[in-house]
Ligand binder design. Structure first.
Ligand SMILES: [Zn+2]
Ligand SMILES: [Zn+2]
Length: 479
């Protein structure tokens, strides 16, 4: 086969495809590749403002046994357990201990009985069953240093509020209201966020927990006739974004290879299994600037979200989870996958994301787990906001990435299964990080591997990449 002719044919097919799309756009008035009418939930973000972190105080812990010894030394007599009246109706649960000094229930008074308040005889601490936890960690308003009050329990977090009327945060909000706003506030106080709010997460997720890679057992030698055929199919399907059907057609028409589109989809699944641990555990050299964005993909006829996180300087995709929901836990997972790829967490670590509040909630979640980074949100389309101006180029980078992905993905017409979608996304990431030259990297591939780049054609590079991944898996097995 003459390579020039092939390239020409290829460009011609792409051109035809473009003409068809343009015609459809003109005829129907809108591109059929636009999102169909039943769209993923894309309501304007609820105006959730996320305030800075509270002051977290861990109160001094006392030891009741030390306190009892001190009592004995000072008073010359031991501090005895509480003597309870025989006919008292109020009992202290046996399992209850003092949250401050650890004294057992024998040393606790039922202070006001039915209301569930207790007093410790050893350290005089007052507490109730409800605020026990607050005695272990005290959350205080960063504006007025008063203790926060728990006002709501949500699925993933508890909401705490500063109810102090003298709080500078509240005062400033109140005084900043126009008379019109004040009127509305009287009628509908819920419409305004007047007070400092803090969300304490109860998400069952341990950040930075390194799992050993899942090492798949896939025997490629049984599923394809020649590595070159596999390399060609992946090139058409992933690099050029041709659908599996078109790829099958071009394999037949141009190369004389009979291969069904289903076989191509099976290839995609198998190769993705092999490449995933390799691209996820590759020792990437990273910067400290990262962008994140969500895009939609269709899985089983339903919209899902693909979270992309990406080194903005090195142009390396680090995280690409697919989730049916655009929620905080998905944002946390996506960011965690980026953090896992860092040797140390850099001091000036910054994530540039859109205006979705889930990223701020994720930032709070990590901060609560001792992992700090900056979130810069690029909101809206105008450049009025100073943050937006500075970080707009980064945002544009990720939007370009999204366009590249959609360009390759759109022809696949969504995925029949979640596995299929993850497989295609995995291959796209492999292509993007290891095979695709990048204009802003002076035409270089983000990860420069001489073993790959020394090869003359893309199919050869795909087969080499698969070989490297298989070799890596073998090494992991031995290790
Ligand atoms: Zn106590
Ligand atoms: Zn306050």
């Amino acid at each position: 086969m003459y390579p020039q002719l092939l390239t020409y044919l290829f460009e011609f097919i792409k051109y035809q495809d473009q003409v068809i799309k343009t015609l459809q756009t003109l005829l129907i008035g809108k591109s059929m590749f636009d999102k169909p009418p039943e769209q993923p939930v894309n309501k304007p973000y609820r105006k959730l403002q996320v305030d800075e972190l509270p002051i977290i105080e861990v109160p001094e812990k006392l030891d009741y046994q030390v306190l009892r010894t001190e009592f004995l030394a000072k008073h010359g007599k031991p501090l005895n357990p509480v003597r309870r009246h025989k006919n008292t109706k109020i009992s202290v649960p046996k399992s209850l201990i003092c949250p401050k000094c650890g004294a057992p229930s024998d040393y606790l008074y039922a202070n006001n009985g039915a209301k569930g308040q207790y007093r410790c005889k050893v350290c005089t601490c007052l507490f109730s069953d409800k605020n026990r936890f607050l005695k272990e960690v005290i959350l205080k308003c960063p504006h007025c240093s008063k203790s926060l009050e728990k006002i709501k329990e949500r699925q993933d977090f508890d909401v705490f509020k500063c109810k102090n009327n003298e709080c500078p945060y509240y005062q400033k909000k109140r005084n900043g209201m126009s008379s019109k706003e004040k009127k509305r506030f009287k009628k509908d106080p819920q419409a305004f966020k007047m007070r400092y709010i803090y969300r304490k997460f109860r998400i069952d997720f341990q950040p930075l927990s390194k799992e050993s890679p899942e090492l798949p057992i896939v025997d490629l030698s049984r599923i394809y006739s020649s590595p070159h055929v596999l390399g060609l199919t992946l090139t058409y399907h992933v690099n050029y974004g041709l659908s599996a059907r078109k790829t099958a057609a071009i394999m037949q028409d141009v190369h004389g290879v009979a291969i069904s589109h289903q076989t191509i989809l099976n290839y995609v699944n198998s190769v993705a299994l092999i490449l995933k641990p390799y691209i996820d555990h590759y020792p990437y050299e990273l910067s400290d600037q990262f962008c994140g964005d969500e895009t939609y993909i269709r899985v089983n006829g339903r919209w899902h979200y693909l979270f992309f996180f990406f080194d903005a300087v090195k142009k390396i995709i680090l995280s690409y989870p697919v989730s049916p929901n655009r929620d905080t836990i998905s944002a946390i997972r996506a960011i965690d996958e980026v953090l896992l790829k860092m040797e140390d967490i850099p001091e000036n670590l910054t994530f540039v994301v859109d205006g979705n509040p889930i990223y701020l909630l994720a930032q709070h979640f990590f901060a609560q787990n001792g992992i700090s980074f900056d979130i810069k949100q690029v909101i809206g389309l105008t450049n009025e906001d100073p943050v937006s101006t500075e970080f707009r180029p980064l945002k544009q980078i990720i939007e370009r990435l999204n366009r590249t992905f959609k360009g390759n993905y759109r022809s696949t017409h969504g995925f029949g299964s979640e596995k299929g979608s993850v497989s295609f996304v995995t291959l796209f990431v492999a292509y993007f990080n290891f095979l695709r030259p990048h204009a802003s990297l002076e035409g270089k591939v983000p990860v420069t591997n001489p073993e790959l780049l020394g090869l003359p054609t893309m199919p050869a590079r795909w087969t080499k990449l698969i070989e490297l991944a298989q070799q890596w898996i073998r090494e992991q097995r031995i290790a």
